[in-house]
Design a protein around this ligand. Structure first.
Ligand code: NAD
Length: 376
């Protein structure tokens, strides 16, 4: 199958998540990295490109020259899809320019700094009929997809409680260590946005809840914690979630949960059963039953839903992980760009981006206004 000419903004030498995108694209087998604005430092971008065997003519110093350069090429030779893996404050400007000029976009979360910006991107995606994939990575795991399909099928009855946590501890030594914190862009509101903890990881838990349950959170009540008065952004928080009457939930999230690594978990309980899934043990899905022992569901079997089966390539017992989950989003985006039929939940899109920004804004507002309920 023909591969898309693919570009990246950010993600060069030393970047955290750019490399995972390249592995994901490789797994999806539909993308050929041929150019981009790989780094804020042009010289380092060229070094990176040379290492990757990328033609230096397709390495650009900024987004405007990228667009000019690519549009000057015949349509068949041009990059058609671009991944944005820069720090948060750049997503909106880069995505807007790319969408206005006809490029499909794969973008990191949080999609923008505000919901108004996210809504503008949504309008552009729809107007220009382009694909926009948002990399809420964890939705690509086969056991998350199995849980989603089984909840949709009514396998645990009507939902009555949702509980998600996302606990990390990596900011703890930085926040207690003084100067080093200046180098962490996630703690700078101009770069990260109005929230650190909820904006960086709480939003993944929020997306996981809406993805797995298919429900929309209607209101939130947040208690956020910046730990020290001089910190402008939250590092920890608990957010109550209101859905319809008789269904509530909670997101507990922290970047100062000392010693925690990447502890995202979700539990969903219905009238007849429940599910529990953990990111650090992603190939195990626990299914609870009223009055009977719980089941352990694992990937690779023919009895799973087709969506979970297509999301795990190897036979049972061959663990697949974060890269394959990421790859599943790239596979979905590739299908959509080719105009092939995609199934619901194949990859998060701009609507998830808008919802995520509404969550972040509402949680911060709730906290600022004295821990009151705020509608999304
Ligand atoms: N989906 C996930 O699970 C996940 C995980 C980690 C990070 N992220 C998101 O990915 C994004 C990047 O995070 P990171 O941790 O990789 O950051 P990083 O600081 O490690 O890397 C950022 C990259 O962007 C480049 N960059 C900065 N300004 C630029 C500019 N003006 N033009 C071009 N490139 C520029 C930097 O040189 C660097 O290569 C963030 O939005 C973050 O929230 C998502």
């Amino acid at each position: 199958m023909k591969r898309f000419q693919w570009g990246m903004i950010g993600g060069g030498k030393g970047a955290f998540i750019g490399g995972a995108h390249r592995v994901a694209a490789k797994i999806a087998n539909s993308f050929e990295l041929v150019g981009g604005v790989f780094d804020i430092d042009f010289e380092r971008a060229k070094e990176f490109a040379a290492q990757e065997n990328i033609d230096l003519k397709r390495v650009y110093p900024d987004i405007d020259s990228f667009i000019r350069g690519e549009l000057s090429l015949p349509a068949t030779d041009r990059i058609t899809v671009v991944t944005i893996v820069t720090p948060n404050y750049l997503h909106y400007d880069h995505a807007k320019k790319l969408l206005r000029n006809g490029f499909h976009v794969i973008c990191e979360k949080p999609v923008t700094l505000t919901s108004a910006e996210a809504l503008e991107l949504k309008e552009l995606v729809e107007k220009n009929k382009l694909v926009f994939a948002l990399t809420h990575t964890y939705t690509g795991y086969p056991m998350v997809r199995e849980m989603k399909r089984r909840i949709e099928a009514g396998d645990i009855g009507s939902l009555q409680r949702v509980d998600a946590q996302y606990l990390q501890g990596w900011i703890n030594p930085i926040i207690h260590g003084g100067e080093a914190k200046l180098a962490v862009w996630r703690l700078d509101p101009k770069v990260a946005g109005i929230s650190s903890c909820m904006g960086d990881i709480g939003v993944h838990a929020f997306n996981m809840i809406e993805y797995a349950t298919g429900l929309k959170v209607k209101k939130v009540l947040a208690v956020l914690n910046a730990l020290k008065p001089e910190n402008p952004l939250d590092l920890d928080g608990n957010v109550l979630l209101g859905f319809d009457e008789n269904l509530t939930g909670v997101i507990r999230s922290s970047q100062i949960a000392t010693g925690e690594e990447n502890n995202l978990q979700i539990s969903v309980y219905g009238t007849t059963g429940g599910f529990h899934w953990e990111q650090e043990n992603p190939n195990v899905l626990k299914m609870f039953h009223e009055g009977a022992p719980y089941e352990i569901i694992t990937p690779g079997y023919g009895y799973l839903t087709p969506f979970a089966q297509e999301s795990h390539v190897l036979p049972p017992g061959h663990p697949e992980g974060i890269y394959e989950a990421f790859g599943n989003l790239y596979k979905g985006a590739a299908k959509a760009i080719r105009g092939e039929e995609t199934v619901p939940g194949q990859f998060p899109g701009i609507d998830d981006g808008v919802r995520g920004m509404l969550f972040i804004e509402s949680a911060v507002k709730s906290n600022t206004e004295g821990n009151v309920w705020v509608s999304l």
